[in-house]
Design a protein around this ligand. Structure first.
Ligand SMILES: [Mg+2]
Length: 253
């Protein structure tokens, strides 16, 4: 019996249900037992393979930080980032083309790494984060518009959408953010929302969701959200989600 099982397993090529058991002239009971054993054996192999895969992932060594930094830099500066972003924007335009725009239709845009580009600052900070440098950069309104996102903004305005900017920047930076947006071509928008002191305990997702809910209660219909972090896009009232790529940093929820 066991010899037959070994033979079948060797010839089975990992089929869950082997095709040629009948050639062994087994009784129905024997065949049922063999099939049961084979299924157990194959499941064991599958589980073992999955375990080995997980083990190899867990023990894989991380990429050297200098190499990772250089890879990101090359991705942004070689044009590959722009190409990826252009595709995202083209896809978004196709989706918005299928939407009916009403008087109260609004699209919510995030600011940093969505409307405005802080890559220059990231490079100055050697892809780390220095609070004072970030503050100075914002105060001096050094961030240019991201051309592809500006193109989407123009496209949506032309279709009759209203635009609202919603950012995790704090209220003391309201004025410089407002002026930076205006200076770089985002001249038409209903409002810019920054984070107030009493909202600092909220997670990014909670803050942005809360604001979208308030806007909806005020009568807006949010038909889309555009942001470089999933915390810009997740939660209620998001409409079409346009995820702008960002390889510089990740904001945790
Ligand atoms: Mg952002």
């Amino acid at each position: 019996m066991e010899d037959k099982l070994v033979t079948i397993i060797a010839n089975s090529k990992a089929r869950l249900v082997p095709k040629k058991l009948s050639i062994l002239s087994l009784s129905k009971d024997e065949e049922a037992i063999l099939l049961n054993k084979m299924n157990t054996y194959i499941k064991y192999i599958i589980n073992l393979t999955l375990a080995l895969l997980l083990f190899s992932c867990a023990t894989e060594k991380p990429v050297n930080l200098s190499i990772a930094r250089e890879e990101v830099k090359q991705y942004y500066e070689s044009g590959r980032f722009d190409k990826e972003l252009s595709k995202v924007i083209e896809d978004a335009k196709e989706k918005f083309d299928k939407v009916e725009f009403k008087n109260n239709s609004v699209v919510i845009f995030d600011v940093d790494e969505t409307a405005l580009d802080n890559y220059g600052l990231a490079k100055e900070m050697d892809f780390g984060y220095v609070y004072e440098m970030n503050k100075k950069w914002n105060a001096e309104m050094k961030a240019p518009a991201i051309p592809q996102v500006k193109e989407l903004y123009d496209f949506l305005l032309a279709k009759g959408a209203k635009i609202i900017f919603l950012t995790g920047r704090n209220f003391p930076e309201y004025k410089v953010t407002y002026e930076n947006l205006k200076r770089d071509g985002y001249t038409t928008f209903d409002t810019l929302i920054t984070q107030m002191d009493n909202e600092r305990d909220l997670s990014a997702t909670e803050f942005k969701s809360k604001k979208r809910e308030e806007l909806t209660k005020r009568g807006y219909e949010i038909i889309g959200t555009v942001g470089d972090q999933w915390s810009d896009l997740n939660g209620p009232y998001h409409g079409i989600q346009v995820k702008i790529p960002n390889y510089l940093y990740l904001i945790k929820d």
